[in-house]
Write a protein that binds this ligand. Structure first.
Ligand code: ZN
Length: 295
C-alpha cells in the first residue's frame, strides 16, 4: 500500500482524525487552509483531546542504528509512536528495518540530504549554511523528500532543522530558511530550545524543541510536568538510544517515560509531530470559525 502523508486541513479533516497515524489523503501542493496564516493561526482557547493536559512528541534524528536495535523494541512494547527525522543513506543501509518502522505507524520526517550546519563545525565546513542559498536549500529538501518517498513510500509531512539552525548566508545577506520549510511542510522542528510550545500560539514552522539525550527520568519528568501545568506541547529530540554516552537517550529514561505516559492520570497525549500538528491546525481552524460566526 502506498502511504501518503501530507498536510491535511479543513477540507479533508473528516479523513484526518488526530489519532490516525496512517492517513490517506490526496496529494496537494496548496494547503486547504494555511496553517501559517496569522488570523487562523492563533487561538484564544485551546483544548487537547479527551481532556489531556499536555502533548508530548518524541523525535529521533539521523536514522542511527541504535534507534532500530535498542529503541524500537521499547517503543513497540509500549505502543508509543514517535517521529524519526532520517538521514537517507542510513535508511538505505537498513532498508527492511526502516520499512518495518513505517509499517508500525511511526512518522518518517525530512532531515535534509547533506545535514548542513554552520561551517564552524569542522565536519560541516564543506556544506556550511553560511555558503548556502535559499534556492539550494529548497532543492535539497525536495530531493530528500523524493529520496524518502523512493525508499519508504511515504511523503514526509514534517522537517527537522539540522543542528536547529534556520539560516543561510552571512552578514547582511543572511536569510531565514523557515519560509522554505513552511512552504513544504506542516511543521519544522528545532533543537536545544528552552521550552515547550503553546499550542494556541506557536509557529508550527519553528517548533521549540528540548534535548532528550542524557536526561534522567527525573529531569524529563520536570519538563513534562511543566508542560502539563501550562497545557503545552513538549517536543523532545534525541539521537542514539542506549545505556548512556554522547548524544544518547538512555533506555532507562525512555522506559520510565513510556510507563509514565501510559498512566491516564498523568493526562499525556504522546504522538508524532505530524499527528499533533494536524490536531493543532484543526483546533485553531475551529476556534477561528467560532470567532467568525460569533461576530
Ligand atoms: Zn541531525
Amino acid at each position: 500500500m502506498k502511504m501518503i502523508v501530507v498536510p491535511c486541513f479543513i477540507g479533508v479533516l473528516t479523513l484526518c482524525l488526530c489519532s490516525c497515524s496512517r492517513v490517506q489523503t490526496r496529494k496537494s501542493s496548496a494547503f486547504d487552509s494555511d496553517p501559517y496564516e496569522s488570523s487562523a493561526g492563533i487561538s484564544s482557547s485551546f483544548a487537547w483531546p479527551e481532556g489531556k493536559r499536555a502533548a508530548v512528541s518524541l523525535t529521533f534524528d539521523d536514522a542511527r542504528p541504535s534507534q532500530l536495535d535498542v529503541g524500537m523494541p521499547v517503543l513497540e512494547g509500549y505502543g508509543v509512536k514517535v517521529t524519526f527525522y532520517v538521514s537517507t543513506p542510513n535508511v538505505e543501509k537498513r532498508l527492511a528495518d526502516w520499512r518495518g518502522v513505517v509499517a508500525a505507524g511511526h512518522e518518517i520526517g525530512n532531515h535534509s540530504m547533506r545535514h548542513p550546519c554552520t561551517g564552524n563545525f569542522p565536519w560541516s565546513r564543506q556544506k556550511a549554511l553560511e555558503d548556502y542559498t535559499l534556492a539550494q536549500m529548497g532543492a535539497e529538501l525536495d530531493e530528500a523528500n523524493a529520496e524518502i518517498e523512493r525508499l519508504l513510500n511515504v511523503r514526509a509531512a514534517t522537517f527537522a532543522y539540522p543542528c536547529g539552525q534556520k539560516f543561510v548566508g552571512r552578514g547582511k545577506d543572511v536569510r531565514s530558511y523557515v519560509p522554505v520549510v513552511a512552504s513544504r511542510f506542516l511543521a519544522g522542528r528545532g533543537w536545544r530550545d528552552e521550552g515547550a510550545n503553546d499550542p494556541a500560539f506557536c509557529d508550527l514552522a519553528q517548533l521549540m524543541t528540548m534535548e532528550l539525550d542524557g536526561l534522567s527520568f527525573e529531569q524529563l519528568k520536570t519538563l513534562v510536568d511543566q508542560a502539563a501545568e501550562n497545557g503545552f506541547w513538549l517536543v523532545l529530540c534525541g539521537h542514539d538510544i542506549g545505556a548512556g554516552g554522547r548524544q544518547t537517550v538512555t533506555v532507562d529514561t525512555l522506559r520510565a517515560f513510556c510507563e509514565y505516559a501510559r498512566d491516564p492520570k498523568n493526562g499525556l497525549w504522546v504522538d508524532t509531530v505530524a499527528n499533533i500538528s494536524r490536531y493543532v491546525v484543526e483546533q485553531r481552524a475551529a476556534g477561528h470559525q467560532n470567532r467568525v460566526s460569533a461576530r
